[in-house]
Design a protein around this ligand. Sequence first.
Ligand code: FMN
Length: 340
Amino acid sequence: MKRFTIGQIELESPTIMAPLAGVTNLPFRLMVKEMGAGLVVSEMVSANGMIYESDKTYRLMESRPEEKPLSVQLFGSDPANMAEAARRVEATGAEMIDINCGCSVKKVLKTGSGSALMDKPALAEEIFKAVRKAISIPLTVKMRSGWDASGDGAMLLARIAQDAGVDAVAVHPRTATQAFRGHADWSIIKRVKSALTIPVIGNGDILTPEDALRMLDTTGCDAVMIGRAAIGDPALFKRINALLSGDIVKPRLVDHFAMMERYFTDSLDYFTDEFIACKTMRSRLGWFVKGLPGCSAFRKEAITLSTRVEGLALIHAYKEKLCEGEMNEKVMASGRFADF
Ligand SMILES: Cc1cc2nc3c(=O)[nH]c(=O)nc-3n(C[C@H](O)[C@H](O)[C@H](O)COP(=O)(O)O)c2cc1C
């Protein structure tokens, strides 16, 4: 399989788990790493939160050796604060820092951070240079296509990043106002790749191993980043890695459910408060059963989940149902699983 390097760090696979606020916490990252992701990225971390030493902010960076290397994503709009926050992130032992120039949620845009920086290239440049100077670990920048669909915004920001000493850029080619509507315009990834000498990571709308291969082939990007499709299907990384080596692998239903159960129990341990953990896991479990027969009934029960015992019982009962009679035939007919 093609090896991929960011700065001095060589990754075992050119596949990256995208930063997802509210999702890519420690238990989730450990799971996708085990499934073959070459790099995992934290949820976005506020530079101001780091300056004020908020416990909640530091919790987002809690890490374990098994998930290494870990990239921590920072958002902020003040160059001095971003540099200081980056210094503190490096001191926690993170192997890489990513600067968020892609988030388009109002709360972040209002602070001049995230994709607001794509509208202020001079400020973005100051931030890149200040952070670069502050740390010795590799630095990456994640961006959208810009504030219009032309892709010129990404071209400009990517060049600025490269000139400022950034080690790689990730491009999610939707505009800052597009949220998740429409399609990611992969031709913009190709344009950015052809203009840069540093590695370019392509992101947006990869749902299957075949999509990942197609993005690598058609854009020439050096690595792929996967977000939504991996939330309920961490083994997607295993299947992409297999396809990159010319193999097709299919999961077994029992393995999928074992992973779901482990994610549920690890998350409960991580959050410590059983009710809060269960509330968070209600939608997460829903992602795991997406597309399976009877999944809406499962989801209906999952949204009332409030204890560990209830959660485990729900997962077991649904797995049993899927192994029987008509349900069993439907699952096998979908072609998604090798066997039970
Ligand atoms: C729930 C959710 C949370 C996200 N949080 C972040 C974030 O913290 N930082 C960031 O740069 N992008 C964030 N994104 C965007 C993703 O990293 C990614 O760019 C986007 O989902 C496109 O990739 P996909 O089509 O593979 O999902 C988030 C997306 C989702 C769905």
